[in-house]
Ligand binder design. Structure first.
Ligand SMILES: [Zn+2]
Ligand SMILES: [Zn+2]
Length: 47
């Protein structure tokens, strides 16, 4: 899966749904641990 924050392929991470558009989004463990902001295609961004 490709992390939405760093765009790197990762097998460790979490999937969640964007609160705005409900699209399934994936973020790797590292970005999650560092609370790096993500930005969804719908322009929603969050920690
Ligand atoms: Zn990442
Ligand atoms: Zn979205």
């Amino acid at each position: 899966m490709e992390c939405i924050s760093c765009k790197k392929e990762s097998i460790k991470g979490i999937k969640f749904n964007c609160p705005e558009c409900k699209k399934e989004t994936y973020r790797c463990e590292k970005c999650r641990a560092l609370s790096i902001d993500y930005k969804c295609k719908c322009s929603y961004s969050g920690p």
